[in-house]
Design a protein around this ligand. Structure first.
Ligand SMILES: Cc1ncc(COP(=O)(O)O)c(C=O)c1O
Length: 378
């Protein structure tokens, strides 16, 4: 299979799987138990927390292990909003966030009465910090933006936004799920107060992630035992936590080489497509080379995806399948409008350091006859 859907999830590295297997089979104690088996398991969780803390340059006690990026986003937004309502009830976020942010702020608005401003990018898709500056109010409690968009790879100006929010009472939450493991990031240096990550986007296991948090008051999302310094109850997902730390460590050792490799693959793909009739959905000043969002005029994205799938190629469209209905991409709609035909044409190709030059060459070979034969028109 040619796997070009790495923004959805990545393959677990063999070294990561090996470490996880060892934990599953040998270190099955409960970290809350006092006996040696429990202490041994607790040590693994502490070591993993230390590894991640060192890579982010934050104190280990400022990390909460979660079930992934969605929980980290929910924890930051709901937890902080509920605990700090006396300071204000206004939340600012962007129209191109992942649903784990957009649906969470909608919940805070619709069920709990928070006032939410959803900031749209400029008409050309650029997202400049002044858009956030205009939305900020005295009573704003939280500003939440992603670092890189999962559908287009667009990088948001997080350090400029952090600088804006620094002079304000609001905290700044960054959904860095698409960036952790790809670019070095130090939340404290940047002035980020909460940062969400998910292991399965950087060759770790699914169902585990973390939230970095500054020393703020915020409510728990999951109540019960005293795990995670009393911040998140439940017996730790030890093998996944160990796998996540290992995957992060490996990614961090190769930040530069991986970035260069993926930039070269991106270029190879674009030059392979030269001569075909296509457009790029690339917005703003900077984009991760890992994600290419593009469309072929007149070619339906779902038919293209299925045709490629039948030929062993995995890509995705930005649309989400919810309750059996296909919803067009809210990210592209925020820029192009709800009625743009591009919403039915655009596909996402996403690369990882495991993608090879041969994968790209084969993908281009398979794709070319499909898009020049007009049976996939809509
Ligand atoms: C930007 C972004 N945020 C959050 C998430 C959710 O992460 P998880 O799948 O770990 O819940 C994703 C996953 O696609 C994402 O791309």
């Amino acid at each position: 299979m040619i796997y070009l859907d790495n923004a959805a999830t990545t393959a677990v590295l063999p070294e990561v799987a090996q470490d996880m297997l060892e934990v599953l089979t040998a270190t099955f104690g409960n970290p809350s138990s006092i006996h040696a088996a429990g202490r041994q398991a607790g040590k693994l969780v502490r070591q993993a927390r230390q590894t991640i803390a060192t890579l982010l340059d934050v104190p280990p006690r400022n990390l909460i292990f979660t079930s992934g990026g969605s929980e980290a986003n929910n924890q930051a937004l709901i937890g902080y909003a509920l605990a700090n309502r006396d300071k204000g009830n206004h939340i600012v976020t962007t129209a191109i966030e992942h649903h784990s942010v957009l649906h969470t702020v909608a919940y805070l608005r619709d069920r709990l009465g928070f006032d939410v401003t959803i900031v749209k990018p400029h008409p050309d898709g650029d997202f400049t910090p002044d858009l956030i500056a205009h939305a900020l109010r005295e009573e704003t409690l939280i500003v939440s933006t992603m670092y890189a968009n999962n559908e287009t790879g667009q990088l948001l100006p997080i350090s400029d936004i952090a600088a804006l929010v620094r002079d304000h009472q609001a905290v700044y939450h960054v959904d860095a799920v698409q960036v952790i493991g790809k670019l070095p990031i130090q939340p404290r240096t940047l002035g980020i107060d909460f940062l969400s990550a998910s292991a399965h986007k950087f060759h770790g296991p699914k169902g585990v992630g973390f939230l970095y948090h500054g020393d703020f008051k915020f409510d728990n999302l999951i109540h019960g035992g005293d795990q995670e310094e009393g911040r998140r109850a439940g017996t730790e997902n030890i093998h996944s936590i160990v796998g996540m730390a290992k995957a992060f460590q490996i990614a961090a050792e190769q930040f530069d080489t991986n970035f260069d490799k993926i930039s070269a693959l991106n270029k190879q793909l674009l030059s392979g497509l030269a001569g075909l009739d296509f457009y790029l959905n690339q917005f703003g000043e900077a984009t991760l080379p890992h994600v290419l969002n593009l469309g072929f005029p007149g070619i339906n994205q779902d038919l293209l995806l299925m045709t490629l799938d039948l030929q062993g190629v995995a890509i995705s469209t930005g649309s989400a399948c919810t309750a059996g209905a296909i919803e067009p991409s809210h990210v592209l709609a925020a820029v192009l409008g709800d009625s743009s035909v591009k919403l039915q044409e655009s596909i996402r190709i996403s690369l990882s350091d495991l993608t090879t030059s041969a994968d790209i060459a084969e993908f281009v070979r398979i794709l070319k006859p499909i898009v020049t034969n007009h049976s996939l028109t809509h």
